[in-house]
Design a protein around this ligand. Structure first.
Ligand code: NDP
Ligand code: GDR
Length: 371
């Protein structure tokens, strides 16, 4: 039985990857951070009590900022595969906490690789590094592929660039099976609530049920190549099943804007929107309501506005990936379209919003967190 260790198991990708690997018969170990509240919501459904017979799923307390902790866990588990998904993964937050982001995203990767080497596991343990399309930043070529030069535009991207190269360096220096998945944005109903897609699907669902009044966004013109996390974790596993370690771009090859994602999400709720104004003055007004999912709204309501608080000091305006290498070498193709993904996210957030609204209507004191 193969053993895998996943950092970032409590995150979006970690949870889908853990499901995938358990389904393939792996023993799965994950590192979770200590938090003042439970932070395992995304993996609670696959949690196995250690007292059950032959458990296959284990969580260890740890942190990418703590090398002694990483070394101890690696020694205990001796994994066949390590998936380094743990990170301070929010680009905008990285401008607020650049040093912490560098410590976890860049140095954390080094700590893991060095611990593998220190323990003499470098010939046994395969290593996957969660690299990112943010490396391309100020894009030098359209679409972006494995050979496109990098130009990172945030402390997050700069930290991830270190992580990318240190993984390559350990491959070249010590013959480690280490590889980078250069993943373009991927989303799901499990996406963190402050990334733009989830912020939109959750915000509009809440507005449709009268739980919020207006959604405030930043750059509506940003273009992204959005795929589904389920498709992308499949590729993370595939990358570690080759004879030779290589780096791959994972993307859909299609892009839409933030504004178009708003339109798609609204449509799934039966709401038609008209956008007017420019820059910070842009608004979206309801021009039509179909079905009974948006009873709290009426034609003429302004439900999206721009707030410059969400602009970034340096923006990545456009990203579009070319996944040809992954298709040709690994036979990987994404199965879920952005429209299907958006519909799934909206329906999931709508179900939650309806529950909230029902509780509220029955006198329960429920509040909705917003950023
Ligand atoms: P999430 O933000 O959902 O998850 C990040 C995970 O990292 C969480 O489990 C989080 O723990 C954990 N984490 C954060 N800080 C630390 C730390 N100091 N030590 C240990 N663990 C830590 O990210 P995604 O699942 O979306 O992304 C997975 C990886 O892929 C990340 O590295 C991200 O940068 C990268 N990536 C993501 C893309 C995307 O579009 N989703 C695209 C390209 C790359 P907690 O739950 O406690 O916060
Ligand atoms: P990104 O994702 O920065 O691409 O990083 P995010 O969803 O945060 O932003 C995408 C684009 O939308 C614009 N935007 C807003 N973004 C947020 N979060 N909130 C807003 O209100 C808003 N309004 C407009 C942003 O400016 C940006 O252009 C994600 C993360 O998962 C990274 O970890 C990963 O490496 C990259 O994707 C690929």
């Amino acid at each position: 039985m193969k053993k895998a260790l996943i950092t970032g198991i409590t995150g979006q990708d970690g949870s889908y990857l853990a499901e995938l690997l358990l389904g393939k018969g792996y023993e799965v170990h994950g590192i979770k951070r200590r938090a003042s509240l439970f932070n395992t919501e995304r993996v609670d459904h696959i949690y196995q009590d250690r007292h059950e017979e032959s458990p296959k799923f284990f969580l260890h307390y740890g942190d990418l900022s703590d090398s002694s902790n990483l070394t101890r866990i690696l020694k205990e588990v001796e994994p066949d595969e390590v998936y380094n998904l743990g990170a301070q993964s929010h680009v905008a937050v990285s401008f607020e906490a650049p040093e912490y982001t560098a410590d976890v995203d860049a140095m954390g990767t080094l700590r893991l690789l060095e611990a593998i080497r220190f323990l003499g596991l470098e010939k046994k343990t395969k290593f996957y590094q969660a690299s990112t399309s943010e490396l391309y930043g100020e894009v030098q070529e359209i679409p972006q592929k494995e050979t496109t030069p990098f130009h990172p535009r945030s402390p997050y991207a700069v930290a991830k660039m270190y992580a990318y190269w240190i993984a390559v360096n350990y491959r070249e220096s010590y013959g480690m099976y280490a590889c980078n998945g250069i993943l373009f944005n991927h989303e799901s109903p499990r996406r963190g609530e402050t990334f733009v897609t989830r912020k939109i699907t959750r915000g509009l669902a809440n507005i449709s049920q009268g739980l919020e009044k207006c959604l405030y966004l930043g750059n509506m013109d940003a273009l992204r190549d959005w795929g589904h996390a389920k498709d992308y974790v499949r590729m993370q596993w595939m990358m570690l099943q080759q004879d030779q370690p290589e780096d791959f771009v994972i993307a859909t090859g299609k892009q839409i804007s933030v504004r178009e994602f708003v339109t798609l999400s609204a449509k799934e709720l039966g709401i038609t929107l008209e956008f007017s104004g420019k820059g910070v003055d842009e608004i979206a007004t309801v021009t039509g309501i179909n079905g009974d999912n948006a009873n709290a709204l009426k034609v003429g309501d302004v439900i999206v506005r721009v707030d410059s608080r969400y602009f970034r000091p340096a923006e990545v305006e456009t990203l579009l990936g070319d996944p040809t290498k992954a298709k040709e070498k690994l036979g990987w193709t994404p199965e879920i379209t952005v429209e299907e993904m958006c519909a799934e996210m909206v329906q999931s957030d709508l179900a939650k919003a309806k529950q909230h609204a029902l509780l509220k209507a029955n006198g329960y004191d429920v509040s909705v967190s917003v950023e």
